[in-house]
Design a protein around this ligand. Sequence first.
Ligand code: TXD
Length: 319
Amino acid sequence: MARTKIALIGSGMIGGTLAHLVGLKELGDVVMFDIAEGLPNGKALDIAQSGAVEGFDCALKGTSSYADIEGADVCIVTAGVPRKPGMSRDDLLGINLKVMEQVGAGIKKYAPNSLVIAITNPLDAMVWALQKASGLPRNMVIGMAGVLDASRFRHFLATELNVSVEDVSAFVLGGHGDDMVPLIRYSTVSGIPLPDLVKMGWIKQERLDEIVDRTRKGGGEIVALLKTGSAFYAPAASAIEMADSYLKDKKRVLPCAAYLNGEYGVKGLYVGVPVVIGAGGAERIVEIDLNSGERAMFMKSVESVKGLVDACNQIAPQL
Ligand code: TXD
């Protein structure tokens, strides 16, 4: 049986880490695409050469031609530019929107049957634009943010509570911005909800609030430390978890940016919600019950996403 083909559109920091992980996990063969000449070729060759030492079989190819992604089973999109000093969010939005139009056209032509996982920021708007530009079914275009945000929350909780991160499950809803909604009530240690752990004296409410705040600002904390870019190890690992669930039809329940068509009272936007990811892509949106406080936080986050999508509609009404 032919190996799975994974196309990485964008071969920068996350793209390179994605390729390395695909190799290490033997998830399939990799095509690395980028407009930067030589970059995808150099990274593909470097990672391919590590296969001899690590003991994995994975064909890696670097390219700047969309024709090479033909027949890909999964496309993971990190292409775009990060924000530079003096650039407004709208500048970034306008530039990356154009990138999504190019990438969408490439996917539409050469990989129309793939699952597309968008990572480029601002995530909730770019995944929306990518779905429009590619014309792929909405269930086959999803955005990565929630798995990363939840993994940050899990890491902070496990460290604080001194328990294995494997036993901490966390829930984060909403857009990928500082107003995301880490849901304390639905986050647990081995099934014990966090509010119960507060009652049990394992953690004080104020400390939990600090951890929620740190999770919300988790991306910015890393940007401030790295100075030259944003996080890439955990974002890549998160997208791989989503791709793996699709390719193996695992039906993991993962927080992803998914197209809402009335769920949670939202229509026509991509927002972070729990989703069953299987062979059918985003197979099912899990609609959990929110109390009034949670709902207010969620709707605030949805409003931010709507603002970004409205800006996209103004810049590119043809989409
Ligand atoms: O949770 C999340 N969704 C995120 C998102 C978490 C972390 C980072 N997030 C965003 O991912 C970040 O703000 C960026 O928008 C993307 C990619 O981050 P990365 O760190 O990989 O950025 P790089 O290293 O700048 O890589 C981007 C590559 C670079 O090599 C460019 O040459 C290429 O994109 N690029 C293009 N490739 C193809 N086609 C076009 N048009 C293009 N333009 C730039």
